[in-house]
Ligand binder design. Structure first.
Ligand SMILES: NC(=O)c1ccc[n+]([C@@H]2O[C@H](COP(=O)([O-])OP(=O)(O)OC[C@H]3O[C@@H](n4cnc5c(N)ncnc54)[C@H](O)[C@@H]3O)[C@@H](O)[C@H]2O)c1
Length: 263
């Protein structure tokens, strides 16, 4: 289904970290299902190319912004620009995140924790805080925070990533309960993918000597469905949560993990 008749027709979405990977897939899916999309990233060339490609298929649907999600001043200006460009804001997808530092407890550093805290967790509070007045004005509205299966289950060497993604999980519930208490008609949920084929897995490919198939096979060993995921596996969940089909769903967590945490 495409264009105005789609599952999120008439809605306006802001997606962070959209220059590639999961954010890019979400932007395409929401735009093809009728939403306008503001795609933001520290990589402006990447989101501009994405917006151009979406607009070539769906004219006037996409707008690109340079955006460091760890910077409060940039949240204020990007949301202002996105609201002006799209005529409102009814979907916020806090997707940007980093997980590139593996460190055991004795080797862990303040710099590593600060970087992941700011990009993975502080950014979520800043996004919810500054988007909320606009989401309330455009209700029914939906916040979707991209956590990770690593926010629900720990792994050696991933202290900062585990802790920040667990923070995203719990903070999403706080926002959901506050919005419900205030009758704002703004829902908030978290999404928890396991390994999905995006550039965030590059360090694992490097560890496999550059052999992508070998890295993917290694990563899929603990997954009951015996494979890692595709970006659209996550984007379909985001589409459901962004649409009014999920109007009774808030404060929940969605595991996109091939059965990993069922074991
Ligand atoms: N791919 C997976 O296996 C996987 C699994 C679980 C969770 N996640 C989560 O999904 C989200 C998206 O990951 P991905 O796999 O698409 O990764 P990715 O590395 O492909 O994309 C992340 C994007 O975020 C951007 N970014 C980094 N720092 C930023 C900042 N300070 N401000 C704005 N943008 C910034 C990058 O430029 C990049 O475009 C992340 O939050 C990640 O933790 C991914």
């Amino acid at each position: 289904m495409t264009g105005k008749a789609g599952r999120v027709a008439g809605k306006q979405a802001l997606i962070t970290g959209a220059a590639g990977g999961l954010g890019e897939a979400m932007a395409w899916m929401l735009a093809r299902e009728g939403a306008k999309v503001a795609v933001t990233d520290v990589n402006l060339a990447g989101v501009q190319a994405l917006a151009d490609a979406i607009n070539a298929e769906l004219p006037g649907s996409a707008f690109a912004f340079r955006h460091d999600v760890a910077r409060e001043d940039q949240w204020v200006s990007v949301i202002d620009g996105a609201v002006q460009a799209m005529g409102g804001l009814s979907i916020l997808v806090n997707n940007a995140g980093v997980g590139d530092v593996l460190a055991f407890v004795e080797q862990d550093t303040v710099a590593c924790w600060q970087r992941q805290f700011e990009i993975n967790l502080l950014s979520i509070m800043l996004g919810c805080k500054h988007a909320m007045p606009h989401l309330r004005a455009s209700a029914p509205a939906s916040i979707i925070n991209i956590s990770s299966i690593a926010g629900l289950a720990a792994a050696p060497g991933m202290g900062a990533y585990n802790a920040t993604k667990a923070g995203v999980w719990m903070y999403s519930k706080t926002v959901a309960l506050e919005a419900a208490k205030m009758d704002w008609n703004v829902r908030c949920n978290s999404v928890h993918p396991v390994f999905i084929k995006t550039p965030i897995l590059d360090p694992f490919i490097a560890m496999a000597g550059g052999d992508e198939a070998k890295a993917h096979e290694r990563l899929s060993r603990g997954i009951p469905l015996k494979r890692i995921g595709e970006p659209d596996d996550v984007a379909y969940c985001v589409l459901y949560l962004a649409s009014d089909e999920s109007k009774f769903v808030t404060g929940a967590e969605f595991k996109i993990d091939g059965g990993m945490t069922a074991q």
